[in-house]
Design a protein around this ligand. Structure first.
Ligand code: ZN
Length: 396
């Protein structure tokens, strides 16, 4: 079944009657368009219906004036293998997250694997295996970018070259292994960057017994591409240190669900004040001690928009186009040529918000009516969100 889903080809898909089209682009979050045309999983045109070639689609979807947004991207997860997490002994957590509107998740290290190898040959083998396994298997259709080794002391430049040649594109959170000193981390992060491997650093206090503190000076010295869970995972650095990181580093500001919510808002506001909203990206850091959160990204969006006072259409960009651009992904933006990964949403039934965006600004999470990946419908009405007021219909 999973294999059949992976190999499905979308053909020509027309999505008409879109009520609100969110672009994922922080510089222009809302598009003046009501129609999308998809060819074999890629966006072929975006515009008004009269201006698009909508003839003879293989699949016709009537969005029924609901909102279409790029599929959400969770910048920070800890998968292990398949659709199972040992952290809370749960099956199906990735498929459940698809029902939360997420279409791509990015591993920050397969750290929960029971007996995870910490010797250098073993950690490289695990990363390569995880990258291959999730490349071959997409739970529910979810794109899981995995194979993120946790670096350990004693690694040399050749190890990073070898990992890159084998297809590894990410480092797991720097600081979860034995490399905790700024100078040592900086050297390895630079080797990773040289070979095209993107890095994330753990920020803040220990996550679980066995991990450690990474303070602002280590984060600045290591200079990883992503300031991972800048609001702590769970324990945050002091708010002033987090704001200092936003100001003194130019790297991605990653805010997670499994972190300090007060500092999450402070970090997002600091980025806006510094006029660099494009640096803000969202993750869950799940599965974690707080569990699995299928709606974690939607809850972050509602938090930052309502309590944080940031326009909802901008916050959706934190979880879509910003992440895609900073991580070099081909999804996350409604642009011709990009992957046709979409989440269809409407205001939840009985929210006090009159529109989807207003409901989010009031702190309610949206209802999801459909999720599409590579132009293929992967689920209809979400089993996890509150019911959407209106849902799209597959006409044929
Ligand atoms: Zn962490």
């Amino acid at each position: 079944m999973a294999q059949a889903v992976e190999q499905a080809r979308s053909g020509k898909v027309v999505i008409r009657n879109i009520g609100l089209l969110l672009s994922g682009d922080i510089d222009r979050p809302v598009l003046d368009a009501d129609t999308l045309v998809v060819h074999d999983g890629r966006i072929a045109s975006v515009g008004k219906e009269a201006d698009c070639d909508t003839a003879q689609p293989d699949v016709l979807i009537d969005a029924r004036r609901t909102c279409v947004c790029p599929g959400l991207i969770d910048s920070h997860v800890h998968p292990v293998f398949g659709d199972w997490t040992p952290r809370q002994g749960q099956l199906g957590w990735i498929d459940s997250t698809l029902h939360g509107g997420v279409t791509t998740m990015i591993s920050a290290g397969e750290v929960h694997l029971p007996g995870r190898p910490k010797d250098i040959v073993g950690l490289k083998a695990l990363a390569i295996t995880a990258q291959r396994a999730f490349d071959n298997f997409r739970p529910g259709g979810m794109k899981v970018l995995a194979g993120a080794p946790v670096i350990e002391r004693g690694m040399v430049e050749d190890d990073f070259r070898e990992l890159a040649q084998a297809g590894v594109k990410l480092l797991g959170e720097v600081g979860l292994g034995s490399v905790k000193a700024g100078e040592e981390a900086r050297r390895m992060v630079a080797w990773a960057r040289k070979y095209g491997i993107q890095s994330t650093i753990h920020t803040g206090g220990p996550s679980i017994p066995g991990s450690g503190l990474i303070d602002k000076d280590v984060v600045l010295e290591a200079d990883a591409d992503v300031i991972g869970h800048i609001n702590g995972g769970h324990t945050s650095l002091p708010e002033a240190h987090v704001c200092e990181l936003c100001e003194r580093s130019s790297r991605a500001i990653e805010i997670v669900h499994n972190g300090n919510e007060k500092v999450a808002i402070a970090a997002a506001r600091a980025a806006l004040q510094l006029k660099c909203p494009h640096r803000v990206i969202l993750g869950t850091d799940g599965p974690a001690g707080s569990g699995v959160q299928p709606l974690g990204i939607l809850r972050m969006i509602a938090l930052l928009s309502s309590v944080g006072g940031i326009p909802a259409e901008s916050v959706f960009c934190f979880a879509t186009g910003n992440t895609a651009r900073l991580r070099g992904l081909d999804c996350g933006l409604v642009e011709v040529g990009r992957a046709a990964d979409f989440v269809f949403m409407d205001r939840a039934q009985h929210t006090s918000g009159r529109t989807l965006l207003e409901s989010v600004q009031l702190g309610d999470i949206p209802g999801i009516g459909m999720v599409m990946i590579d132009g293929v419908v992967r689920c209809g009405r979400s089993r996890n969100t509150p019911p959407a007021t209106e849902i799209p219909v597959v006409v044929h």
